[in-house]
Write a protein that binds this ligand. Structure first.
Ligand SMILES: Cc1ncc(COP(=O)(O)O)c(C=O)c1O
Length: 392
């Protein structure tokens, strides 16, 4: 199947598939084997030498995981992809595929907090320095590049307040400096944004979120050139060992089949809710890339084909109002993570960030009344009614 000739709805269901030769089963088998018969000594030697294709050991490759990789590669328009045990494993593997001790990274400040920790603590301990910049300003990325910079890292739309980075501008800056660019595409998904087509070198995903879509598997994926992915597979993934379980690959593949349909609904409902909240007297501001009031709405229209299911807003009543909303909603689940069929809501100041000082949390953009909503697939009127109860 020549994947690139099909639309994304078709790719989500068929890309990379090959009917199981032993049974003809249309649903891909979950290959649980950790090791594989090498056939003959000669064939084993040829596989080890890379002269012949074949599975050897499931940390090096697994047929169910390989199908997921082919599918995500097709969706992202990449030459190849590599699945990992979590989104953080995808980010760590992709980054360690590029940088080593003595190298320098330029990263957006507004990224998923664990990614920020990876750069600021874990990689720093390995002798890799990171300069964090406001990547909404592509010029700030250019200014931060040093002679030993090897990587520019962005997440767009980014945590916590859905700020955007101009992907074509950042890709050009990185290319001109001879630096690799990586984008976390978790929030947008390949349905709403294709960073590789905009010039970015590699994409990382927490497949735990929209790709899986049902909140029942943790996983990650990297997509990029064949050379980038082959090195990532043969070096950091193989030796740090953060591989994906075949069963989770199966669940994520099952979820991906409905990704375009789900994203259409996430996009539509999030816009309705964002517009509703923007008119609400209890809400001081709303951040949603699809609203004309978003500071980078024009950029969102240029580089995204849909604005996603994440909405951030700030309650005028601060911490107390946030606590009241969290304790009142019934349909929205008070839970971290995102991209699920069900709506998830968090108020960082009273939950995840309650152990962080107010000053520190404010520097991370987490205001007293900040609420993050991952808009699910429920009836949008039911969701609005649920939020209304807590906003009164
Ligand atoms: C944007 C983003 N990237 C990466 C991750 C990490 O993914 P995982 O939890 O699958 O390791 C998350 C998790 O919330 C995320 O929101």
């Amino acid at each position: 199947m020549k994947d690139r000739t099909y639309g994304i709805d078709t790719l989500a269901i068929h890309a990379g598939e090959a009917p199981d030769p032993s049974s003809g089963a249309l649903v891909p088998p979950v290959h649980l084997a950790s090791t594989y018969h090498l056939g003959t000594a000669e064939k084993g030697a040829a596989i080890f030498a890379g002269e012949q294709e074949g599975f050897v050991y499931s940390r090096w490759g697994n047929p169910t995981v390989a199908l997921l990789e082919r599918r995500v590669a097709a969706l992202e328009g990449a030459e190849a992809a590599l699945a990992t045990g979590s989104g953080m494993a995808a980010i760590a593997t992709a980054v360690l595929n590029v940088v080593a001790a003595g190298d320098h990274v330029v990263s957006a400040t507004a990224i998923y907090p664990s990614s920020y920790h990876l750069f600021s603590v874990e990689l720093k301990a390995l002798g890799i320095d990171t300069t964090f910049v406001d990547a909404t300003d592509a010029g700030a990325v250019r200014t931060a590049i040093r002679p030993n910079t090897r990587l520019v890292y962005v997440e767009t739309p980014g945590n916590p307040i859905l700020a955007l980075s101009d992907l074509p501008a950042i890709a050009t800056i990185a290319r001109e400096a001879g630096v690799v660019s990586i984008c976390d595409n978790t929030f947008a998904t390949p349905v709403n944004q294709r960073p590789l087509a905009l010039g970015i070198d590699a994409v990382v995903h927490s497949a735990t979120k929209y790709l899986c879509g049902h909140g029942d598997a943790v996983g990650g994926v990297i997509a990029g050139s064949k050379a980038f992915i082959t090195r990532a597979a043969n070096e950091p993934l193989r030796y740090f060992g953060g591989v994906l379980s075949p069963f989770n690959a199966y669940l994520i593949l099952r979820g991906i089949q409905t990704l375009p349909l789900r994203m259409a609904r996430h996009n539509a409902s999030a816009l309705v809710i964002a517009e509703h909240l923007a008119r609400h007297p209890a809400v001081s501001w709303v951040s949603y890339p699809g609203l004309a009031s978003h500071p980078q709405h024009e950029l969102a229209r240029r580089q995204m084909s849909g604005f996603g299911g994440m909405v951030c807003f700030d309650l005028a009543g601060g911490v107390e109002a946030g606590r009241r909303l969290m304790n009142t909603v019934r349909l929205c689940s008070l839970a971290v993570s995102l991209g699920d069929t069900r709506t998830l809501i968090t108020h960082p100041a009273s939950t995840t960030h309650s152990v962080v000082s107010r000053e520190e949390r404010l520097t991370q953009g987490v205001t007293d009344g900040l609420v993050r909503l991952s808009v699910g697939l429920e009836d949008v009127n039911d969701l609005i009614a649920d939020l209304e109860r807590g906003l009164e």
